[in-house]
Design a protein around this ligand. Structure first.
Ligand SMILES: [Zn+2]
Length: 216
């Protein structure tokens, strides 16, 4: 089972690279491991196109090595903090998509403006308070800004998304990037409309129901 999980991590990481959601060896993908308090995560400094399941490193939520030769991603702390805070999460993807990162540089949330966003992501994509990459503070800030939702912008940095498995978490990254792209285009001039707040509230309820079904 963990072998399949590692393969899913590799597939998502390679897709993330091929789709231009990161360049070079930036970004990272992880999956919650079967054991308590452990995760499988992409290593640092292995080119994505060379990545195989054997390269995936197993570490504790604090980033201490359990299995594997490679050096775990420098953002292991952030991934671990999410798993510790969100028992419903099976996978975490961190990427640098252009439009979502532009919103993160502006330190502006992507507000709730299309129905699928609220139903699948849980509402607006909020921005975490700035903290340097790989710091413990960034991990704490990301957890706080993510809340119960599935996507968050990391100030002046990129995105962090969560899902049941790596394919699902990557799909949330794609959707977040698309939303940022639409929002930047729509808000280029004044007059972009948000969803009515009563609709957002109803859709958040639907999101919560779907999340509970998924983790049951
Ligand atoms: Zn990054």
């Amino acid at each position: 089972m963990d072998r399949d999980l590692k393969r899913a991590v590799v597939q998502a990481a390679r897709a993330m690279f091929s789709e231009g959601l990161v360049v070079g060896s930036a970004g990272n993908v992880s999956a919650r491991a079967a054991g308590e308090g452990a995760m499988h995560i992409t290593p640092t400094r292995v080119p994505y196109l060379d990545l195989t399941p054997e390269h995936i490193v197993t570490v504790t939520f604090e980033g201490d090595p359990i299995e594997g030769e490679g050096l775990p991603s420098s953002e292991s702390l952030m991934h671990g903090a999410i798993y510790a805070a969100r028992p419903d999460v099976g996978s975490v993807v961190h990427a640098h998509p252009v439009h979502a990162s532009a919103m993160a540089v502006r330190r502006e949330a992507i507000p709730a403006f299309v129905d699928e966003q609220v139903v699948y992501l849980g509402g607006a994509v909020e921005v975490s308070t700035y903290a340097p990459a790989a710091s413990e503070e960034l991990a704490e800030n990301a957890v706080a800004a993510l809340g119960e939702r599935r996507a968050v912008l990391l100030a002046n940095h990129g995105t962090l998304t969560v899902g049941r498995d790596p394919g699902d978490a990557l799909e949330v990254t794609r959707l977040s990037e698309r939303l940022a792209q639409i929002w930047l285009a729509a808000s280029y001039r004044a007059g972009a409309n948000l969803l009515p707040s009563t609709i957002v509230e109803a859709e958040v309820e639907l999101y919560r129901m779907m999340q509970n079904e998924g983790s049951a």
